[in-house]
Design a protein around this ligand. Sequence first.
Ligand code: IPE
Ligand code: IPE
Ligand code: MG
Length: 261
Amino acid sequence: MDTTDIENRLKTRPLPKHVGIIMDGNGRWAEHRGLPRVEGHRIGSDSVREVTRCARRLGIEALTLYAFSSQNWARPAEEVAALMDLLREYLLKERTEILSNNIKLNAIGELDKLPRYVREPLEALRAESASNNGMTLTLALSYGGREELVSMARRIAEQAKSGQLEPAAVSEALVDAMVWTAGLPAVDLVIRTSGERRLSNFMLWQTSYAELVFSDILWPDFRARELCECLNAFQTRERRFGQTGAQVAQVHALPLRRTSS
Ligand code: IPE
Ligand code: IPE
Ligand code: MG
């Protein structure tokens, strides 16, 4: 089956609204070939383009890509600098494609830590694409889930201290609105490449009920076909949200009702 057939089949069943990808394995991909690690990051940006295009074709509402973690600042300075250069290059090169495909570019993380030469094209594209509504592509940059929760807690504490917020008004909905992903749906599916099976500080609040799919493929080799395989795996899962399998089956057996959403 070619990828068009695979994509058409995926579209006949429910797809995740929000997919998060931990793009891992660039360094190993390069090392296996005797290349400098940065070559893995470079080819990895081709995977970013292909995977984004495929998600857009499928009509996925939100795609969040973990590109650089708060902890990644601890890598050797040359690698960090090369990653920042590639990020700038990506933002400049992908601008036209993002805008012409009605993609809204968003970013989460401690963005003030990014160098100005990355922050500037990032903010420019964010502003230019702000009214697009085709798919929200969020780059997690200098991002950490624990850092995000600390920032959320601090803002809630400040509002409570100044009398703007009653402690009793703190709810899940309020936390949703105070984390960096405010406005995005909950994450339904997390994909991690390269065979590692951990979250590495990725969207700790947003993934509370996400399905986790791990792929052994290294990120530079992960393209549209591999994304489709992970989406297919998602579609075979039964999401129970605390209920029993029988309860979930009963809901599916009910005749379709019109809903407002
Ligand atoms: C993912 O690939 C990219 C970033 C974390 C920035 P890695 O660079 O972590 O690749 P491995 O895990 O060392 O192979
Ligand atoms: C997670 O990958 C961060 C990104 C993919 C950006 P890492 O390669 O940094 O994760 P660990 O350190 O192996 O957990
Ligand atoms: Mg890694």
